[in-house]
Design a protein around this ligand. Structure first.
Ligand code: ADP
Length: 310
């Protein structure tokens, strides 16, 4: 499958690098308004390919997206000093309006994979602006938060994160919800597994894991300015589910008719992802506290998306 990437900055190029190493795409095309950056990133990634795969990596213009099955949208602007979150959102909405006007005429049937932040609101905006079936406009959402959650639980229990089935729901951001109630290790409820292996999930352990998931990005940003390898790999993971029609259950963000009592909002819950995009939504069992937290997260996201004039 050919994959387009619009926005060859840190996130877009990291996604391209992960995709190229995984050999998932036959061809990757990187596009950026800074053409020299797109050329340089494509060259650099192409030089890694001979060690790992046979993906063809190019930079190009929007017309070069022709034939792409997935287009990753990672373009965006960063916050100016003193700028409010809403002002930043409005500038990023303008970037997306410009980008979609170029992308859609070339690849009207491609699945759009949204990476730019705030990813849930950008997903909702893209769905509205494009008029595409919402199941084909997929935000990376909490895919990375879920991976962090599984990894910290796995580390505590002494098992591989692949054997942990747990999801982070709602916003990719401060209001996200760690779904402890529905979490499983193997087929066993988490608390039962923890007791059986003698590593109980005390309130303190849960608080540490919660902090580790919720504040991971802040810690990385403090140390190196921004995060990109993790999300790059997460984006490649979503492309894999689509390119191979794997029907994987992943926590990704799409505009959803109703979640926790809130209508028409883009946020993450576990969803089945395959060649046609999102095939099904899965609503995990939640306790009252988790349900209320998901309702708050959904309400907040809806408020933010509705505040943007399109
Ligand atoms: P991130 O860390 O989110 O990747 P960057 O600033 O590194 O942030 O990358 C964002 C990229 O998006 C930049 O390379 C920038 O040139 C690109 N970009 C911004 N606006 C547009 C646009 N209208 N069209 C194409 N690319 C754009």
């Amino acid at each position: 499958m050919k994959v387009g990437i619009v926005g060859a900055g840190m996130v877009g190029s990291s996604a391209g690098y992960a995709l190229a190493l995984m050999g998932l795409a036959s061809e990757i095309v990187l596009i950026d308004q800074n053409a020299a950056l797109a050329v340089a990133q494509a060259e650099d990634i192409a030089h890694a390919v001979p060690f790992m795969s046979s993906t063809v990596v190019n930079s190009g213009h929007y017309r070069d997206l022709e034939g792409a099955g997935v287009v990753i949208l990672a373009a965006g602007v960063s916050q100016k000093p003193g700028e409010t979150r809403l002002e930043l959102l409005e500038r990023n909405a303008a970037v997306f309006r410009a980008v979609l006007a170029e992308v859609l005429p070339v690849v009207p049937d491609a699945i759009l994979l949204i990476a730019s932040n705030p990813v849930d609101v950008m997903t909702q905006i893209t769905t509205r602006l494009s008029g595409i079936d919402p199941r084909r406009v997929i935000g990376s959402g909490t895919i990375l938060d879920t991976a962090r959650f599984r990894s910290l639980i796995g580390r505590h229990l002494g098992i591989s994160p692949q054997s942990v089935h747990a999801y982070v729901l709602g916003e990719h951001g401060d209001s996200e919800v760690l779904a402890w109630t529905s979490a499983r290790a193997g087929s066993v409820p988490l608390s039962s597994f923890a007791a059986q292996v003698g590593s109980p999930l005390t309130t303190e352990v849960r608080a540490q894991i919660d902090d580790g998931v919720r504040n991971a990005a802040y810690k990385i940003i403090n140390g190196k300015g921004s995060t990109y390898y993790g999300i790059g790999a997460g984006l490649a993971r979503i492309v894999k589910a689509i390119a191979r029609d794997q029907r994987d259950v992943l926590s990704v963000s799409i505009s959803t008719p109703e979640v926790a009592g809130v209508r028409d909002v883009a946020l993450s819950i576990p969803r089945v992802v395959g060649a046609e995009g999102v095939l099904a939504d899965l609503f995990p069992d939640l306790d009252d506290e988790e349900y209320s937290a998901l309702n708050r997260s959904a309400s907040l996201l809806k408020e933010r998306a509705d505040a943007i004039a399109l």
